[in-house]
Design a binder for this molecule. Sequence first.
Ligand code: ADP
Ligand code: MG
Length: 452
Amino acid sequence: MEHYKVLNVIGEGSFGRALLVRHQNTGEKYVMKEIRLPKSSSAIQDSRQEVILLAKMKHPNIVKFRESFEVDDHLYIVMEYCDGGDLLETIKHQRGKLFPEQTILQWFVQMCLAVQHIHDKRVLHRDIKSKNVFVTERRIIKLGDFGSARILTSPLAYACTYVGTPYYVPPEIWENLPYNNKCDIWSLGCVLYELCALKHPFQAGSWKNLILKICQGSYSPLPPQYSYELRSLIKQMFRKNPRQRPSTNTILNKRSLLKVVKSCVPAQLNDDPSEKLLDDESAPIIQPLNEQQKASTDAHRSSSTVPGRRQWEKEPTGTVLNVLENASILTLSLGADRSEGGLVKKYGLEDQRKKWNKEAPETLLNILNNADLTSAFKTYTIYRSKTSEDCLRGPLFNSSQAPDATDSREVEIDIDPERFETRSDDEDTDFEEEDMDPDWVSELKKVTEAQL
Ligand code: ADP
Ligand code: MG
């Protein structure tokens, strides 16, 4: 601690503060995240999760961990300082001037590479949003804020929570369906859309409309200057059925992105490609190709089509859209069973999956009538436990504890071992957490009550 001089506070939240600091010896600037440690020892353990996960991530497009320590009931995480701000600021600075497609694709590919890296380690970020994607002055993308991330090896511990930012939360969360790595793909789709349209895809005047729009996947078309491929990519990432959303592997193997991805060089050239990049002003954006991308690059060279690859999805028909428009959220997912691709899959009896409790969506939507929508851009931790008095932690709920502190470990869950297995879904890979049943209804009820 004494090695660092605090320059200023650059972020403040319910977790604590983010401080810009300077190392006394080296003069280097870093960000120091100061997190108030909760009282219980299991909760403290969970607070340390962010450190553990960030420290495990070594990728040029992920904020680099330096060290962590605990002083006076606070946990400090020292990490690389991204001097170009976050993507949300970058978007706002544009003041309506659209980014060139090439710039968008370069940033997007870097985000995908970061997400691919964490998914390869079976970690879900769960709070991907433009505010958590940082930029360096050299315009290198760095995914940050692992405060909501969870590793999947001990799913029992996380059975009762979802952490996320409502505007970026995928439909399966609102519909109390199980979720997996594809929740990050949805959120990444939101960021990609924001880069193109300079606004969030799901614009709404109320929580109710926000949820409906997310569940319907209804967003305005992109500005016409963007390519068909980019439009299609966003459409795929907003597929309602998580299994039909492309994984990062699939995305990075897309022909339309190959040029951007191909500007990469093998990782072995340098232990830390990010530092090499920073040393060389003229360097292109260099990213390592993984084995699958290398194989795919070769395949694309020899053949212009990839056999067996899924075709673009057709737009939902007018009928389906009509049904969606008039349906409640619950019937949306039920109706989707009978509808064709792109809609949510309700896990049926034959799936031998755990059944998920569903609340009548009317209740949810009624509760949300009076809630303040601006808070939907903030991160929430939501607990399922009905017995706990303190089950929502987030901006609208007074809590002395850190928002990312704990996941309940108290609930017994039946384990379906198949859920741990990596499932092959065409060229995609999905993985899931064991028992995700985010109880948004009761949580949001509390939020609204607290506001009134
Ligand atoms: P949380 O969203 O949980 O409050 P973050 O890790 O996102 O915590 O940090 C809060 C804010 O601090 C960010 O929105 C950003 O403005 C700033 N910040 C955090 N980490 C960095 C970093 N590595 N470089 C630059 N700014 C950062
Ligand atoms: Mg953040």
